[in-house]
Write a protein that binds this ligand. Structure first.
Ligand code: ZN
Length: 160
């Protein structure tokens, strides 16, 4: 599947809208954090909308939906995490000063070939919890105590 490239400024100004799906198998950076295995394909769905006048600048609204398999860090069983994320971006050549420190709005550099799939993957990577745990109290995986052979016992066998 070809990555989706857009001219992000035109997209915002024209108030374009797209809805796309990405197969998680194409998100190489994210695969390291997931436990995809042989399960049915995992799909990320997103909608990108151009908003011409929000924040007095051409901007984009992004909505991402995904259910992704991760390993619970307590019991090491696969669990599914639901993501439903919303983002707003202004498009400008340089970071607008007035947006510094604004948590709700991000800035995206003007680009004729912005890779939308990559943006979606970036946002999911940031949203991914570092140590996901089941909400219910799952059983921690206890390592079995393996007794190490006593080196002296080995030595004794040699001497015999
Ligand atoms: Zn667990």
């Amino acid at each position: 599947m070809k990555p989706l490239l857009i001219n992000n400024l035109d997209f915002a100004k024209n108030q374009d809208e797209i809805s796309q799906e990405i197969d998680v198998k194409n998100c190489e950076r994210m695969l390291d954090l997931l436990d995809v295995g042989q399960q049915s394909p995992k799909i990320i769905r997103y909608t990108l909308m151009g908003v011409a006048s929000q924040f007095h600048l051409p901007s984009l609204a992004l909505h991402v939906e995904a259910t992704l398999p991760v390993l619970c860090q307590r019991c090491l069983q696969t669990m599914e995490l639901d993501f439903s994320l919303d983002y707003a971006y202004v498009i400008a050549e340089t970071e607008p000063e007035s947006f510094e420190g604004d948590e709700e709005v991000d800035w995206l550099e003007m680009s004729r070939e912005m890779n939308v799939d990559e943006l979606v993957e970036d946002e999911l990577l940031i949203a991914m919890p570092l140590g996901p745990l089941h909400e219910h109290a799952c059983k921690p995986l206890v390592k079995e105590d393996v007794e190490k052979p006593n080196p002296f016992a080995v030595l004794r066998d040699f001497i015999k």
